[in-house]
Design a protein around this ligand. Structure first.
Ligand code: PLP
Length: 234
């Protein structure tokens, strides 16, 4: 058994290698430690090993953890599906939403962010594989949502996110990451992102983050390779 600290170090080294092989600056890639269904003591262990960005998928769980453990400098990203009626809670405790997938949700987030005088960073989740069971906008619907977001001044559209179809061989997910990158490049060239020179691409998990980095990932979301297997869904 390796420790969380060793796992983090190992991932950092692998991510760095992948970046260098792809001719990218390793510092342009940030690791989101996916801590869903992982207990506070393990999260603290990761934090003490230098990890500062955590990703959660379930709102109640995220709120409980953030309340009991809000260490200096830590950021909490939300990577699960969000219902519009949860927008207020999201705005109050989350630093970046990776899973914006409807105008209705965007308007709700924008309204609460305005009330709080906050600008919330959001990524649009794109269902690049067009899988029925997955959340996210379809690629052909992304344009419309990206355009509508320009009117919502309390959201910072920072980039795109995807979860590709599951494949046992990571080479097979490369085309999905590539497609997301191309979409983002197009939106950036049209000036749609908050920062068009440095937009975010949230892609890559435990099994495929090196390929994601080669295709341009700036945020990799990794759970199992840091914390080991999670307990089953509640
Ligand atoms: C759980 C989850 C991850 C982490 O997956 P691992 O395979 O454990 O690294 C990444 N992204 C999303 C959206 C998830 O729900």
């Amino acid at each position: 058994m390796t420790t969380i600290k060793e796992n983090l170090e190992n991932i950092r080294i692998r991510a760095q290698k992948a970046a260098i092989n792809a001719g990218r600056d390793p510092l342009s890639i940030r690791l989101v430690a996916v801590s869903k269904r992982i207990d506070i003591s393990a999260i603290k262990e990761a934090y003490n090993a230098g990890q500062t960005i955590f990703g959660e998928s379930y709102l109640q769980e995220a709120k409980d953890k953030i309340e009991t453990f809000r260490p200096a400098g830590a950021e909490w990203h939300f990577i699960g599906h969000i219902q519009s009626n949860k927008a207020k809670d999201i705005v109050s405790c989350i630093d970046m939403v990776h899973t914006l997938d409807s105008l209705k949700l965007a308007k709700a987030l924008n309204r609460y962010a305005a009330e709080k005088g906050k600008k919330l960073a959001v990524l649009i989740q794109v269902n690049v594989g067009e899988e029925l069971q997955k959340s996210g906008v379809l690629p052909r619907q992304a344009d419309e949502l990206v355009c509508s977001l320009q009117q919502l001044s309390n959201l910072k559209l920072s980039g795109l996110m995807t979860m590709p179809p599951y494949k046992s061989n990571q080479e097979e997910v490369r085309p999905y990451f590539h497609a997301l990158r191309e979409m983002a490049e197009k939106f950036a060239s049209q000036g749609y992102f908050h920062n068009n020179e440095q937009y975010e691409l949230s892609m890559g998990m435990s099994g495929d983050f090196e390929v994601a980095i080669e295709e341009g990932a700036t945020l990799i979301r990794i759970g199992t390779a840091i914390f080991g297997n999670r307990s089953p869904r509640p």
